[in-house]
Ligand binder design. Sequence first.
Ligand code: SAH
Length: 207
Amino acid sequence: MQFILGLRSKGITDPRVLKAMEAIPRDVFLDGTFQPRAFEDRPLPIDCGQTISQPSIVAKMTQALNVTPRCKVLEIGTGSGYQAAILSQLARRVYTVERHRPLARRAVRVLQSLDLANVTVITGDGSFGLPSQSPFDRILLTAAAEDPPANLLEQLRVGGIMVLPVGQSDMVQTLIKIEKTDTGLEYSELGEVRFVPLLEGIAEDIA
Ligand code: SAH
């Protein structure tokens, strides 16, 4: 409950988003040592040197994406699978792409354990999007790009929304929302964020 009140105080007002955040336990996406801190509003380490995002940022991005029950959503940067699980509560179908195979594998297990059957995890380089399933109603990047990737903009349906962190620096980026209309792209800025960079290729992990 404290968790949801905290989100409200940070500007999360969409009841659908709050309900999804309440329904999905964050601790199961973390390793044992970090589980006691799962309901603090902080990013935390996951495997492969990556991080699970801060809950208020997950909620903010989800709210900005304005997902409806008919939406087919693409997420780039599965990480732990937590953001994908939140999206699964709001969308018809979620595809999520991760370049670290061990993270993708673990996310599949956790999502299955929660019976979230409308999420598909793909190991790959998400900067190319997922042409086989395009177009998407919503696209969310949870890794920072220097510019909005052209491949992803192409795979966004007219009337669709894309939310992503953009910036040159690894330290701080701007969260932006792009709406694709009949006449072109409309951009709005949603504040500063800090994400790991969008990297090329599938990672060479041992194991
Ligand atoms: N959404 C995640 C947190 C994202 S961390 C969660 O809810 O836990 C960002 C993730 O993006 C990392 O796991 C990183 O490996 C991944 N990533 C970075 N570049 C990528 C790319 N080109 N394709 C797919 N995943 C990528």
